[in-house]
Design a protein around this ligand. Structure first.
Ligand SMILES: O=C(O)[C@@H](CO)OP(=O)(O)O
Length: 224
């Protein structure tokens, strides 16, 4: 049976500081590096035909650690902005507890977990265009709801991951909390409301086994 494994990056510096991150490009903490190694331990013996990650270094570094631990450094890796974390707009860099005090628990919960809620937008375009310069400014959001992020994430999955799975080739995605929530919503056909309750932990591999029509035969998500 073919396998899809999705891993959220190890703890980032912003995670440790309890800050909104989104498209901010922050590195891993020591704990995050350990978590990526532990994720790889759980995948020992698995072969992946292709690795997919974002253009953000916390995911890329986690993917490299996993590939290295599995001795799969030679396996092709695609880094795409489409797998970036949901853009947190003007919230990025702010402490989540501070925003809870300022805006209330319910508003923060909506911003963080509702499918349609859009965080406050950046007033100026993002100056960090390095990884995005070949695509033009139109791909760079000023904030995204999970719904908006879903619109850019799922086409990547449908074009680049699904066909390889149908071909019987295991795939590894190393990405972000909300990126993986969007993918879980699509793969498990979860409705817009119930996706609010889905959480993805750092460095805990989600393993899906599919039949040859990509029906889910097994997955370990609810056991996490
Ligand atoms: O800050 C972020 O980008 C995300 C993931 O770390 O946080 P949250 O879980 O609050 O959506």
């Amino acid at each position: 049976m073919v396998k899809l494994v999705m891993v959220r990056h190890g703890e980032s510096i912003a995670n440790a500081l309890n800050q909104y991150t989104g498209w901010s490009d922050v590195g891993l903490t020591q704990e995050g590096i350990v978590q990526a190694h532990k994720a790889a331990e759980q995948l020992e013996g698995l072969y992946f035909d292709h690795v997919h990650t974002s253009v953000l270094k916390r995911a890329i570094m986690s993917a490299y650690i996993i590939q290295d631990e599995l001795n799969l450094n030679y396996v092709p890796i695609t880094k795409t902005w489409r797998l970036n974390e949901r853009h947190y707009g003007a919230l990025r860099g702010q402490n989540k507890d501070v925003t809870r005090r300022e805006f209330g628990m319910e508003q923060v919960h909506q911003w963080r977990r509702s499918f349609y809620s859009i965080p406050p937008r950046l007033t100026q375009p993002d100056p960090n265009i390095g990884p995005y310069k070949y695509f033009g400014p139109e791909i760079m959001p000023r904030a995204e709801s999970l719904y908006q992020a879903y619109q850019r994430i799922i086409p990547y999955y449908v074009d680049n991951v699904g066909p390889r799975l149908l071909d019987g080739k295991n795939q590894l995605i190393v990405a972000h909390g909300s990126t993986i929530r969007a993918l879980i919503k699509y793969i498990e056909n979860i409705n817009d409301k119930d996706i609010d309750g889905v959480e993805v932990a750092n460095g805990k591999p989600l393993i899906y086994e599919f039949d040859d029509k990509l029906n889910i035969v097994n997955n370990n998500r609810m056991k996490k």
